[in-house]
Ligand binder design. Sequence first.
Ligand code: CTP
Length: 417
Amino acid sequence: MKTYVVGGAVRDRLLGRPVQDRDHVVVGATPQQLVARGFTPVGKDFPVFLHPHTHEEYALARTERSTGPGYKGFTFHTAPDVTLEDDLIRRDLTINAIAEDEDGTLIDPFGGQRDLAAKLFRHVSSAFAEDPVRILRVARFAARFADFAVAPETLALMRQMVAAGEVDHLVPERVWQELARGLMEAKPSRMFAVLRDCGALAHILPELDALWGVPQPEIHHPEIDTGAHVMLVVDLAAAAGHPLPVRFAALLHDLGKGVTPKEGWPSHHGHEALGVPLVQAICQRLRVPNDCRDLALMTAREHGNIGRGLQLRAATLVNVFERCDAIRRPERFFDMLKAAECDFRGRSGEQRTFANEPYPQAAHWQAALAAARSIDAGAIAHANRENPPRIPLAIHEARVAAVRAIAGVSEEGAPSA
Ligand code: CTP
């Protein structure tokens, strides 16, 4: 029996990146032999064991065969005569198919080190096509290793898989898991570029895919293309280190621009409200967690108001707070402000970038929210105890008065939201 470290741990060590978990492959053993040595079996889908002391994962070398479309259609085969090479050849990318034995010797039958040096994502063998999740994995790796490119033959294979309908059968949880992980990488735009290149984006997120080719007014958006804008925004959210809900909200904030009437282009009047049902549809389809869904819905609906904040009247500001439940949940509102600031800054052309321009909206909204939250709702309720139905209105009015008192809130003639 021989054991090897494989996959991401070897790849990341060779790249000089921190190693998260170490996966091991065991060759020449049976499950019974591993159990006899104190390993604990944990595999649900295939035989994986935990080491008795390190608790790292050890999988028996295996071959796999797809039995149907999608992620679930798999059978596997393990036996003491399955070789290391048999195991490595069914892996996704050459850079993930390098093994390291107990002496530190690398076993690299498919050129993983060559592709690491060339910064290429290349599939190991035609077995790549048996698991469509790998399309998403390649895209996600592109967001992490942003200077890597997809090898032409791998891109061609990915396109064939998409054309054959392979990504249409993916289970929603897996799609979300990969998208979420990719959004948390350094350059999420690379993930979407790869998904667009192979045609998968139109299947997975058609609402987002529709934004490429949709123009915006050059004066506000020197990048013009809406897809280009959204990619700038999501990369800024990543560069700022924002959490997943903010990045997801940044990604979906402008979906409405894909469904505004063409006659009106490049303006997109009312795109905020138009985006809301699209965000809802995506979140339902991919079973997006509630925190991500709620922030994305709110940001799609309100980002125009956030940008116009300095021109809004006190009553309008308070209406926004009340719609967003910001009095009770200020942190979530601040998260929306982060997404909105990325929206503001994520515009650029040769003549102009917004990277370092002032964004006074954030401080303005924060001051207004602090004022709206400062009123004593209990005292107002007490004062109106003879007339309970009036209490909500009295509280609302007190909030408006408090917000009106802060510096810079506009008064008459401002548009309402
Ligand atoms: N693997 C694969 N196809 C998949 C999933 C995994 O071939 N659909 C193989 C790859 O060899 C991969 C290894 O299993 O390196 C471990 O998978 P996983 O832990 O999901 O990914 P890592 O490559 O370790 O990447 P990460 O750093 O994102 O965990």
